[in-house]
Design a protein around this ligand. Structure first.
Ligand code: ZN
Length: 143
């Protein structure tokens, strides 16, 4: 099974960003390297959420391109994206399903229902246009 591995600092980073953005959604891109079924995050890049509405996210395409270039320059990839669900839902929303683009892209979702509630992290990979749950190792620092 495909596994996404974050270190403890990256786990803590997404938890903090999800709390800071509440009640809006935080978003960003995951830089990493993949080796067979193992995808290891090397950095989480917070990006501006340019969506007009509060219950959605949209990554600035210019930032996406800039991060893609800097990742490639050091032999890394943009392996996926992350965002938060301030409504506490752990699964991809209808809107997320509508926005899926690339097969093989990882979607990491941080769900929380209040700014101080525990944050849970769930990872999915797009295969044939559908979200499939994948294993997630987020280090010791979540909640
Ligand atoms: Zn979503």
């Amino acid at each position: 099974m495909t596994r996404l591995v974050l270190d403890g600092l990256q786990g803590a980073q997404i938890v903090r960003e999800a709390r800071d953005a509440f009640p809006r959604e935080c978003c960003g891109l995951i830089e990493g390297v993949s080796d067979g079924d193992l995808i290891r995050a090397t950095a989480l890049h917070a990006t501006r959420n340019i969506a007009g509405e509060t219950d959605r996210f949209e990554i600035d395409p210019a930032e996406h391109i800039r991060l893609l270039r800097t990742a490639r320059a050091v032999g890394h990839q943009i392996v996926g994206c992350y965002h938060s669900h301030p409504n506490g839902r752990r699964d991809p929303s209808e809107r997320d399903r509508h926005n899926v683009a690339e097969d093989g892209f990882v979607w990491l979702i941080a769900s929380l229902s209040t700014p101080h509630a525990p944050v849970s992290l769930h990872a999915f990979m797009v295969a044939n246009g559908e979200f499939q749950p994948i294993a997630l190792d987020a280090g010791a620092t979540t909640g």
